[in-house]
Design a protein around this ligand. Structure first.
Ligand SMILES: Nc1ncnc2c1ncn2[C@@H]1O[C@H](COP(=O)(O)OP(=O)(O)OP(=O)(O)O)[C@@H](O)[C@H]1O
Ligand SMILES: [Mg+2]
Length: 252
């Protein structure tokens, strides 16, 4: 069996892509084999899992520039989740990819050896629609789009949906949207209700998952290098992520 690859993407910054990858990866690693890929030169997924990239550690940079095999760069983290780490060198890697033939498919190709090792592979994308994100979309079977419950939340979503359509048409007909995950929802505020109803009205064909509540526990769990279900264990914080896992499993 080959892995199901799930990209977590939205070119808007700070919408909880990394937090969601950590939460989902932590839950998946409890039950099966899961690899999380940090595809963001900010390296927030890597630090969020308590990993400090040393000079001799292989990273996503060496993998996409064909200096290392993906499986040789994988780190086992204490949460049980495997990590392909990244640091700022990945920014240089994205530039180096520009001159490569077939550069939309490099990540897909480089992940092939890992695909028989994991049930699920999660890719945490950077906040842009650049070459790294397009590589993630070209490799992915499913896409999860976290959207922050904030004014202007839907701004930019159209550009993302256009990119997804182009990727489906030209690069990866297999790509499907798993759903939109509203994040940082504040109970009973007009803003959150407004965002949720707009999402439901405007994205009729797309599944909108239960919203993830706003809570400082997410930032704290990042600092502690622990997935949210271990750090907080509060049902209301973890349940939306469990629903996403169920949706993934029902399609596996
Ligand atoms: N449900 C939540 N409630 C409150 N804060 C949250 C929640 N989810 C994420 N955050 C916080 O919001 C900030 C942005 O989250 P995160 O880094 O996951 O977003 P991102 O989309 O990966 O950002 P970037 O685009 O920079 O990669 C972080 O400080 C994180 O701790
Ligand atoms: Mg991030």
């Amino acid at each position: 069996m080959l892995s199901m690859i799930i990209a977590i993407a939205n070119q808007k910054g700070g919408v909880a892509k990394t937090t969601s990858t950590l939460a989902l990866g932590g839950l998946r690693a409890q039950q099966g084999s899961c690899l999380a890929i940090d595809l963001d030169p900010q390296g927030n997924l890597t630090t969020g899992l308590g990993v400090n990239v040393t000079d001799d550690q292989l990273t996503a940079y060496e993998v996409i520039t064909e200096q290392a095999e993906a499986l040789d760069a994988v780190i086992k983290t204490k949460s049980g989740l495997d990590l392909l780490p990244a640091d700022i060198s990945l920014a240089k890697g994205e530039t180096e990819l520009l001159s490569k033939v077939g550069n939309f498919y490099i990540l897909k190709e480089r992940l092939e050896p890992a695909q028989s090792h994991y049930q699920h592979i999660l890719i945490d994308c950077p906040p842009s629609l650049g070459l790294l994100t397009v590589n993630a979309l070209a490799a992915a079977d499913r896409l999860l789009i976290p959207v922050q419950c904030q004014f202007f939340a839907l701004k930019g979503l159209e550009a993302l949906l256009d990119t997804i359509q182009s990727v489906k048409k030209r690069l990866n007909p297999n790509l499907q949207i798993l759903g939109v995950l509203p994040t940082m929802a504040e109970k009973n505020t007009v803003m959150t209700q407004d965002v949720l109803s707009t999402l439901k009205n405007q994205l009729e064909a797309i599944k909108i998952f239960d919203p993830v509540p706003k809570s400082v526990k997410f930032a704290e769990s990042n600092l502690a290098g622990e997935p949210i279900h271990q750090y907080a264990g509060e049902w209301r914080l973890v349940q939306p992520y469990r629903s996403v896992i169920q949706a993934i499993q029902s399609e596996s």
